[in-house]
Write a protein that binds this ligand. Structure first.
Ligand code: COA
Length: 173
């Protein structure tokens, strides 16, 4: 697999939108806990990405996309804190790799690319959250993240089942 990772600015956003919507639907279908219940309607997926686009308009979000043969196969976002006391902070959001492309190092590569973007912007304290026990946890720990704690019952499924969410942080050198 030879996926290429690049930052997407406003000019390129529209051309990536259909692929990003498909990626989100694929992740939700695979059982990922990223804010939505399966099945996710295409219109809702597009709506979500339009909210992300607003971050690009406001200049407080960095969007990274991985493409393989012209297809969007992964993505991650960096939300830059706009607080006066938070100019050194950013949140890693919605790290996703297409189900068909998982297990080949792309998640790790996307996170590394997000670290480079964060560093470039002087954001050295990174925070994120993920469902406790999910694949992401191992990835984050192996990339130097520390677990700050867990909130039990943070998310709720259609059948009423609740899941804990773990919070992580990482200080870039
Ligand atoms: C989490 C996710 C991004 C990993 O992407 P990936 O491309 O498969 O990850 P990589 O191949 O780079 O693997 C990196 C590390 O992640 C961990 N990992 C990946 N898949 C895993 C799995 N199924 N179970 C446990 N750990 C796993 C491992 O530590 C792995 O390192 P190793 O291969 O050296 O053991 C992907 O599974 C995904 O998109 N999940 C759905 C969305 C999600 O839950 N995102 C995270 C929370 S927002």
């Amino acid at each position: 697999m030879t996926a290429r990772i690049r930052t997407i600015d406003l000019d390129r956003f529209a051309e990536c939108l259909p692929g990003l919507a498909d990626l989100l639907i694929d992740a939700v279908d695979s059982g990922a806990s990223i804010g939505f219940w399966a099945p996710l309607a295409p219109a809702d997926a597009v709506l979500y990405w339009r909210e992300v686009m607003q971050g690009l308009v406001d200049g407080n979000l960095v969007l990274l996309v991985a493409e393989d043969a012209g297809e969007v196969v992964g993505s991650v976002q960096l939300l830059l804190s706009g607080r006066q006391n938070g100019h050194h902070r950013a949140e890693i959001r919605k790290l996703m790799v297409r189900n068909s492309h998982r297990g080949h190092g792309l998640g790790r590569a996307l996170l590394s690319a997000a670290h480079v973007e964060a560093s470039y912007r002087g954001r050295t304290l990174l925070i994120l959250d993920t469902r406790t026990g999910d694949a992401g946890e191992r990835l984050y720990v192996s990339m130097g993240y520390s677990r700050a704690g867990e909130i039990p019952g943070f998310t709720i499924e259609p059948d009423g089942a609740r899941h804990g969410v773990s919070f992580f942080y990482h200080v870039l050198p």
